[in-house]
Design a binder for this molecule. Structure first.
Ligand SMILES: [Zn+2]
Length: 436
């Protein structure tokens, strides 16, 4: 049944992912309790993610208990606008999936398929097992992450070729995991921006992932001894510059003897972002997040290929992983999100963060006590907001509806609704939206 309200409060879904912060240390868990009276935090349990969307793997509900998915399906043109509905293939669901992540253990080393690969993986799984459990939708999953803790650390994309070359020269443990010396020599000799360097990078990365457990164990132990003795000096100038000794110790303490540490630290960009900074992860881009609280948003999909930094039973086929990845090795600066004042913000309190994908952009409203942000024109498409700090009152421009929103509470705003946020105290709101 479509709802007559313009503001639809959402009860989010909590994923108890093993990398999550434990108990009430997890922002995902704390935010969820702001709405869900049925949800009691267990202090021993990690809570990794809070989902605020309509993907079947983690559905949000209205406060009356209706699934957001069935609500949108009941009147897609009303909840999405006919322009957005048509633009995204007449799929009766949100084009995006909006989440809060809170973790202090590394997430799996992963990438998300593009649409063509997602379809192939679904068909392959169905043929092999008769059902789809790992690959549940045919969509691509480019994503963005924006930091809401003081600091977020992670690995995104392959490092520039010249950095990987330096590690091959100064880290003997990494070199030991490359048994094909001709390939290594050819890589070291190839110009940094050449196609050859890219394809040799792929060959070496495949070789690394194919290392035996015995090889990884020996090299991790050796590297750890080296790092305990020489700290950042064990990894040369780049190690000193990026403080990699601590990062190596952290990843190895989360996942001892895991090939993912070598893949992440030496092949991928180590990224440190501060509060309010964000990064984009295109489809087929390798990434592994290390620690922090983030807003995450992605195209509506839950497809992931993981290879490293996780339990063995959660690993996917390394060959699929190696073949799907983009090997454009470049600085992560290129992937950082740009933001500017949002043109629908009447009081200039809202920044728009541009996501380099069609499915959504993010909004960030910051208010001091007593201030308000006015969006009289409303948004011509679906929008989901979460209060990440303070308390705000959300009012319709015509004064006909009002919701008081505490930290962690989530609301869907129907397309075309003029609204304002009024802050009771210093407050911050994040939203995801798309227009037709
Ligand atoms: Zn991801």
């Amino acid at each position: 049944m479509p709802s007559t309200s313009s503001f639809i409060r959402l009860s989010p879904f909590v994923q108890p992912s093993p990398y999550g912060k434990k108990g009430s240390k997890s922002v995902a868990a704390r935010f969820a309790t702001a709405t869900r009276k049925d949800f009691k935090i267990d202090e021993e349990q990690p809570y990794g993610e809070m989902w605020m969307g309509d993907h079947p793997n983690g559905m949000a509900h209205t406060l009356d208990g209706q699934s957001l998915g069935s609500l949108i399906e009941s009147a897609p043109e009303e909840y999405l606008t006919s322009a957005v509905y048509k633009r995204f293939n007449s799929d009766p669901h949100l084009p995006f999936l909006f989440k809060i992540l809170s973790f202090d253990k590394a997430l799996p080393l992963q990438a998300h398929p593009d649409r063509a690969l997602a379809k192939r993986l679904m068909a392959k799984e169905k043929a092999a097992t008769g059902k789809n459990e790992t690959f549940v939708d045919p969509n691509h999953k480019p994503e963005v992450a924006v930091t809401i803790s003081d600091v977020f650390e992670g690995f995104v994309g392959f490092r520039p070729i010249h950095e990987i070359k330096v590690f091959l020269k100064v880290v003997p443990e990494l070199r030991k995991l490359q048994s094909d010396h001709e390939t290594v020599e050819a890589f070291l000799a190839a110009p940094d921006d050449s196609k050859d360097a890219q394809s040799l990078l792929k060959t070496m990365f495949a070789e690394l992932l194919a290392s035996t457990h015995t090889e990884i164990r020996a090299c991790s132990q050796q590297l750890l001894t080296h790092v305990e003795r020489d700290a950042d000096d064990a990894i040369g100038d780049l190690g000193r510059k990026q403080g990699l000794a601590r990062v190596i110790r952290k990843v190895l303490s989360d996942y001892p003897e895991d090939v993912g540490m070598f893949a992440a630290v030496f092949f991928m960009n180590y990224v440190v972002l501060h509060k309010g900074e964000g990064i984009a992860v295109p489809a087929n881009c390798i990434h592994a997040y290390l620690e922090g609280d983030i807003i995450e948003c992605m195209a509506w999909s839950d497809n992931m290929i993981a290879c490293g930094l996780g339990a063995p039973e959660e690993q996917n086929d390394a060959r699929v992983f190696v073949d799907m990845l983009r090997y454009e090795a470049s600085e992560s600066k290129k992937l950082e999100l740009k933001h500017e004042k949002w043109n629908k913000s009447d009081n200039a309190k809202t920044q728009i963060f541009y996501a380099p994908m069609a499915e959504f952009d993010l909004l960030n409203t910051k208010l001091d006590a007593g201030e308000q942000e006015v969006v009289d024109k409303g948004i011509d498409g679906p929008a989901v907001f979460v209060v990440t700090q303070g308390v705000v009152t959300l009012c319709r421009s015509d004064g006909k509806e009002e919701e008081n929103l505490q930290q962690g509470q989530v609301v869907f705003i129907k397309p075309g609704t003029g609204f304002k946020f009024k802050a009771e105290n210093k407050a911050e709101v994040w939203g995801s939206f798309v227009e037709g």
